[in-house]
Design a protein around this ligand. Structure first.
Ligand SMILES: [Zn+2]
Length: 155
């Protein structure tokens, strides 16, 4: 199961679909029809669509993320622009509608919120989002350093 990886790829801004219970043929059809890369831990499924899939052997989320970001660099401008739950691109909203909704507990200093029109979830940049951004940046910076090292090694 790669549900956690799917969430992290959405945090990174990648258009990411995730299915818990779906048969291989249907998954392959979606990948081909929508020109998507299929990420799987299932070696048999991987072999069925080898030119459009990535086999993830790692079980640790950091290693999985490292594996994917090594192949596809995330655009920092797209971090946290998608709903982590459903993949919908978030809309920016100002504080007034959020303030009116007393059930939402958020820090008073927050002025801008992000809204998912599909699951009605509201997000804002707080300590949780800083941690996510830091983790993504750390992995990408680490990968950049390794690339530089490989390039230097050629000379
Ligand atoms: Zn959503």
């Amino acid at each position: 199961m790669l549900g956690k990886l799917a969430r992290w790829l959405r945090f990174a801004g990648f258009d990411t679909l995730y299915f818990k219970n779906i048969d291989d043929d249907e998954l392959i059809n979606i990948a081909i029809k929508e020109n998507r890369i299929l990420i799987t831990r299932d070696k048999n499924l991987y072999r069925k669509i080898i030119d459009k899939s990535i086999f993830v052997n790692e079980t640790d989320i950091d290693r999985q993320l490292y594996h994917i970001l090594k192949l596809y660099t995330a655009n920092k401008n797209c971090y946290l622009t998608r709903c982590a739950i459903c993949n919908t691109v978030l809309s920016t909203i100002l504080e007034d509608p959020v303030k009116k909704c007393s059930s939402i507990k958020h820090p008073k200093t927050i002025k801008t919120f992000y809204y998912c029109t599909y699951c009605n979830k509201i997000y804002w940049n707080g300590s949780h989002s800083s941690k996510i951004i830091n983790k993504l940046n750390n992995i990408q910076n680490d990968l950049l350093k390794k690339e530089e090292f490989v390039e230097t090694g050629k000379n």
